[in-house]
Design a protein around this ligand. Structure first.
Ligand code: RP5
Length: 162
């Protein structure tokens, strides 16, 4: 199976990235994690993206906050799918990162998840990989069913309490 590359702009983004790594671990999808910044280490960020396909990656998650150009800068240097996680790391509550990540110009797409949406970024990678992987698709179906069962349990409990 291809690997997921996870890049974060700063180690301060790690709590959000952990939601993605936990999800990938649960689905047994291999991944690598790095700290490369579009602004502080632009050469390393670019090199990672340029070589990602050859290095066995099938998708890249880029997590960054503030003026979050990381996902876009990665996407500019690869045609692998890039999923951006806007991180809430300033007084603007992540709206700055959300707009910086989602508003990509035509030709260089970034699939942007919710502010701090680490788990969904991993699930989207899994769904991309599952297009060609029936075993992984079955795991995703099982997770959906288990998540739904948990909600219905909560429904029962709440409903019974009134
Ligand atoms: C962004 O600036 C990082 O992705 C992080 O979310 C934010 C703050 O970085 P630090 O100052 O905590 O390193 O580039």
């Amino acid at each position: 199976m291809k690997k997921v590359g996870i890049i974060m702009g700063s180690d301060s983004d790690l709590p959000i990235v952990t939601k993605a790594t936990d999800t990938l671990k649960a689905l047994e999808i291999p991944f690598e994690v790095h700290v490369y910044s579009a602004h502080r280490t632009p050469v390393e960020a670019r090199d990672f993206a340029v070589n990602a396909r050859e290095n066995g990656f099938g998708a890249i998650i880029a997590a960054a906050g503030m003026a979050a150009h990381l996902a876009g800068a990665i996407a500019a240097n690869t045609t692998l799918p890039v999923i951006g996680i806007p991180c809430k790391s300033s007084n603007l509550d992540g709206i700055d990162a959300l707009l910086s990540t989602v508003q990509m110009p035509t030709g260089i797409p970034v699939a942007t998840v919710a502010i701090n949406g680490g788990a969904n970024a991993a699930l989207l990678c899994a769904q991309i990989f599952a297009v060609e992987d029936k075993e992984l698709a079955a795991k995703l179906d099982a997770k959906r069913a288990s998540d739904a069962a948990k909600v219905l349990e909560k429904d029962k409990a709440i409903s019974a309490s009134f």
